[in-house]
Write a protein that binds this ligand. Structure first.
Ligand SMILES: NC(=O)c1ccc[n+]([C@@H]2O[C@H](COP(=O)([O-])OP(=O)(O)OC[C@H]3O[C@@H](n4cnc5c(N)ncnc54)[C@H](O)[C@@H]3O)[C@@H](O)[C@H]2O)c1
Length: 335
């Protein structure tokens, strides 16, 4: 079976090795798009996901048949926190690259559920690093987050800024993952790239995130919660641009690296709501609320480093991306 050994393919007489990529959280939002991209590129993709019920599991299970269309795809329902079982599973393959996206996501949920975050994010990431060490896997990409910038006031956020003032437990776990990953790079010479994603959205997006919630409420004619009375800014990044960034990062593995993957264009929350109102042709009813614990006022990515070193170049404007989300939403929910 080619999944156990790398396969060589010939293109115009040149031989290329087909790489085996392990993607954790591959049935999640970013994981699914990333898996599909690597499958399209001809990689052998092994997806693991525990299909947790943080949000509707139908959104995760519905992706399985879409990925099963590719014969270079393997899926295993497994919890990365179960180290022994996970190591045994991974030992069956010769893995070249791990793209570690499994995590307990969500800033607000972390305020009331700290243990879930510590387990899935910190222990989960440590398990990935230990597996890489034991199985001699040389390259790891992992998901960090813009939330590590916490209450930083200096904008745009730069990778070299200090990030030791997280304002949510979610952010603290992501920063912890960066620190632990750094240590593994130094101790075991594993190439590790951490990507700080900035508010990713698009088809198959997460139902707990604002864009999904706003579309849903617009179509159901329900009120949306608008925090900090609408005075907030977010650097929204379309999923295809993030997927490109992950792919580009996989081509430039080099020691320990951290990159911002954002859009470099903060948008006002009220503008976002107006765009959604235009696209859905619905008048959106709003309930204005104070700032929530754990939230930050503004996110704004400086992406010069990712541009320079990876060739990252986000192309999708917010309006364009929202239209694509809307098309998917209407089609998926048969509106
Ligand atoms: N979406 C964003 O805007 C955003 C921003 C910054 C960082 N991130 C990070 O990117 C990654 C992907 O985020 P997403 O938005 O796709 O989230 P998601 O919740 O849709 O995907 C995560 C997937 O991981 C799986 N998972 C969680 N714990 C697991 C475990 N212990 N074992 C196996 N599988 C497990 C879940 O079932 C889910 O399918 C996460 O690490 C997240 O923290 C996302």
């Amino acid at each position: 079976m080619f999944f156990f050994e790398n396969l060589y393919i010939s293109v115009f007489g040149f031989y290329f090795m087909v790489k085996n990529v392990l993607i954790t959280g591959g049935l999640g939002f970013i994981g699914f798009h990333t898996s599909r991209n690597f499958l399209e590129m001809g990689y052998n993709v092994i997806v693991v996901d525990n299909i947790n019920n943080y949000y509707d599991i139908k959104l995760k299970e519905d992706k399985i048949p879409l990925l099963k269309k590719y014969n270079n795809f393997i899926f295993k329902k497994i919890d990365i926190c179960n180290y022994k079982k996970f190591l045994k599973f991974c030992s069956k393959f010769k893995i070249d690259l791990i793209i570690h996206l499994a995590a307990q996501a969500g800033v607000r949920y972390s305020i009331d559920n700290p243990f879930i975050y510590e387990k899935n994010n910190v222990m989960g990431t440590l398990n990935i690093l230990e597996i890489a060490r034991n199985l001699k896997i040389k390259d790891i990409i992992f998901a960090s987050s813009s939330s590590v910038y916490g209450g930083n006031e200096k904008i745009p956020f730069l990778e070299s800024h200090r990030v030791d003032n997280p304002v949510s437990l979610y952010a603290a776990t992501k920063k912890s993952c960066e620190l632990i990953a750094y240590t593994y790079n130094k101790l075991y010479d594993i190439n590790i790239t951490g990507l700080r994603f900035f508010t990713v959205y698009g088809p198959w997006g997460r139902p707990d995130m604002a864009i999904y919630k706003f579309f849903k409420s617009a179509y159901l004619d329900q009120k949306i919660d608008v925090y900090n009375k609408g005075d907030m800014l977010r650097d929204f990044t379309y999923i295809d641009d993030i997927v490109d960034g992950i792919y580009l990062a996989s081509k430039k593995m080099n020691g320990y690296r951290i990159y911002n993957l954002g859009n470099n264009k903060p948008e006002k929350l009220m503008d976002l709501i107006n765009y959604i109102s235009e696209i859905t042709s619905k008048k959106i009813k709003k309930k204005y609320l104070p700032m929530q614990k754990g939230d930050v006022y503004k996110t704004y990515a400086n992406i010069d480093l990712a541009k320079k070193e990876l060739g990252y170049n986000p192309k999708t404007s917010l309006k364009e991306g929202l239209k694509k989300f809307n098309d998917w939403y209407i089609n998926y929910y048969k509106l």
